[in-house]
Design a protein. Sequence first.
Length: 88
Amino acid sequence: MFDDPRDVNRGVSNRDPYQYNSAPVEGSSYALPIALVAIVVIIGGLIAFAPTANQQTASNETPVTRNAPAPSPAPSPMTPPTTTAPQQ
């Protein structure tokens, strides 16, 4: 058996890499598409969250004072109803 892959005594380093199609196909990884998607997401995020002219930001200015009506007085508490002891 000249080129039997089941032969345990065969020379592993002497195999023809093209015979059993064990060589990886060039350009078959997902690295390039993932890198392009990451670049698009980063640039899109920078554009979407870029500061604009009408953007409101926090400031350290004193707040505007507003006049509100005085609160009404609290109602008086209710008096408990009178109860009588039970008759025997």
